[in-house]
Design a protein around this ligand. Structure first.
Ligand code: HEM
Length: 492
């Protein structure tokens, strides 16, 4: 027994020495292992990835490799070189790291799953989801009815008579419950699952998400995560099971696909939670940031209101913004600007075969098999002062030309950029739900602005700080909130 233990310890020590012995070859990017063995920079990375990566950028430039919890991650921060990563699905793999996260966060493994078929399914349904989307999800009901119905459910005072409230939770709650109704269940009584229950459990789950992804949950949090996940699996279990479930045809086909792949019931439920997160996780926070930026920038608010009211005057439809031909350039620019400031995903790929990465400036770097590559567009292009003047400021017209047309010429180092903001990723694995997400956010803001008079409780209030532990996980979340007063615009 003692010999086995000694051998194991010896083996681990050897492995440790081998792993930490890695040194840079001259063809590779600068290597920064950090001072802590094995962990490397993991703690700083997890606390505030934007701050850490900015520090590394100052130290090493636009490309470098860091050690993070035993893994080596090459970070690329030059948007002119992003295509070398995004367009290469031979040497760089999207699925492997996605599967690691699926397992850690959703406890989900689907052995014979075909992600390409799943993606094609979502792509095919996006136009249909848009017309059945969000607060207009029920063609038989008007937007107003759906809004009132949703907000009348318990614990929701957001749209009652004159009141004051914070902004984040109501935005998230309304957005998630409407999205849930649209995709998972057509009516409040979807198999007895009240969307409010789904929302409440989802918030608890989402609060632990980054720790689940990093496997840093404390024992108590682990127990909470397991039980919240279990409750969500139960709540979502009936969704997509035949027409009677009231779910969208997309979800029914998705469930059917899983069944055809031989995925058991239990795993199907876990996959449904993944879909809830993928379709809803970013939309609510995006709606919050946009509403917040409009509230704290009265000129932007006036411009968006003006654009919306000219559309509703021309259009007698119940949900005028559903028409894809409606142009809302001011709103689009305000949303683009919001996402520039608040979308901060890592675009991560696993190196599955050695690759020579050629940068736009001609430099070439070797990437090692087994490492990961990570783009962080939040630092550049999105917050890069060379590309966007005063990058910290919200300027609703940043993506508009003087004549009101869409502005898409942005430069860095004299070179016109293909990627000047990148909230949706890009290339082979770019977001397939982009149009559905934009349509949902637009509908949300339209409905809130057209039904409510709302103002800040403190007219000097600023946007809350961001929760720095969420860098890398899609839309950022606020650390504080914005207090508002509101009353109905018209009596319904
Ligand atoms: C504000 C809302 C959203 C944001 C900011 C967002 C952002 C992103 C980003 C950055 C990626 C690329 C990840 C990568 O390359 O590593 C992505 C992928 C994806 N998104 Fe979204 N997304 C949003 C909403 C949605 C919605 C509503 C859906 C579904 C209806 C969706 C479905 C997907 C899917 C399926 C992929 C993976 C594509 C693939 O497998 O190649 N997203 N999203």
């Amino acid at each position: 027994m003692i010999w086995t233990i000694l051998l194991l310890v010896q083996g681990m020590l050897l492995l440790f020495v081998l792993v930490s012995k890695r040194s840079r070859s001259e063809k590779e990017p600068p290597l920064d292992k950090g001072v802590i063995p094995w962990l490397g920079h993991a703690l700083e990375f997890g606390r505030d990835a934007a701050k850490f990566l900015n520090r590394m950028k100052v130290k090493h430039g636009d490309i470098f490799t860091v050690r993070v919890a035993g893994r080596y991650v090459t970070v690329l921060l030059d948007p002119s070189s992003y295509d070398a990563v995004i367009e290469d699905s031979v040497s760089l793999d999207f699925t492997r790291y996605a599967q690691v996260l699926m397992d850690r966060i959703f406890s989900l493994r689907i052995p014979h799953h075909n992600p390409a078929v799943e993606k094609a399914l979502t792509k095919q349904y996006v136009p249909i989801l848009i017309t059945h989307s969000f607060l207009c999800g029920q063609p038989k009901n008007s937007c107003t009815c759906t809004l009132i119905r949703l907000t009348a459910t318990r614990n929701q005072m957001f749209f009652s008579t004159c009141h004051s409230t914070t902004t984040y939770s109501p935005s998230l709650s309304l957005s998630l419950r409407a999205g849930y109704l649209t995709l998972f269940g057509g009516e409040l009584n979807n198999n007895r699952t009240d969307p409010t229950n789904v929302y409440e459990e989802y918030r608890k789950f989402d609060n632990l998400l980054t720790k689940m992804a990093r496997t840093t949950l404390k024992p108590e949090e682990k127990r909470t995560a397991q039980s919240v996940r279990g409750r969500l699996w139960e709540l979502l279990a009936p969704a997509g099971l035949g027409e009677g479930s009231g779910s969208s045809p997309w979800l029914r086909d998705y469930r059917h696909l899983l069944q055809e792949e031989g995925v058991d019931e239990e795993t199907q439920r876990r996959a449904l939670l993944l879909q809830l997160w993928a379709t809803q996780g970013n939309v609510g926070p995006a709606a919050f940031w946009l509403l917040g930026f409009l509230l704290t920038n009265p000129e932007a608010m006036r411009a968006v209101r003006r654009e919306f009211s000219s559309i509703s005057e021309q259009d007698s439809a119940q949900c005028p913004l559903l028409d894809r031909l409606q142009h809302t350039p001011v709103f689009d620019s305000a949303l683009e600007e919001t996402l520039r400031l608040s979308a901060a995903p890592f675009i991560t790929r696993e190196v599955v075969q050695e690759k020579t990465l050629q940068m736009a400036n001609g430099h070439k770097y070797q990437l090692r098999r087994g490492d990961r590559v990570c783009l962080f567009p939040f630092i550049s292009p999105q917050m890069d002062p060379e590309i966007h003047q005063e990058p910290q400021r919200f300027k609703y017209e940043r993506f508009l030309n003087q004549d009101g047309s869409v502005k898409n010429d942005f430069f860095k180092g004299g070179r016109r950029l293909k990627y000047y903001t990148m909230p949706w990723g890009a290339g082979t694995n770019g977001c397939v739900g982009k149009r559905f997400a934009i349509s949902s956010i637009r509908q949300f803001v339209y409905l809130v602005l057209s039904h409510l008079e709302l103002e800040l409780c403190d007219s000097e209030a600023q946007m809350p700080e961001v929760n720095t532990s969420r860098f890398g996980f899609g839309m950022l979340q606020p650390e504080g909130d914005l207090a508002i007063r509101y009353k109905p615009r018209h009596s319904h």
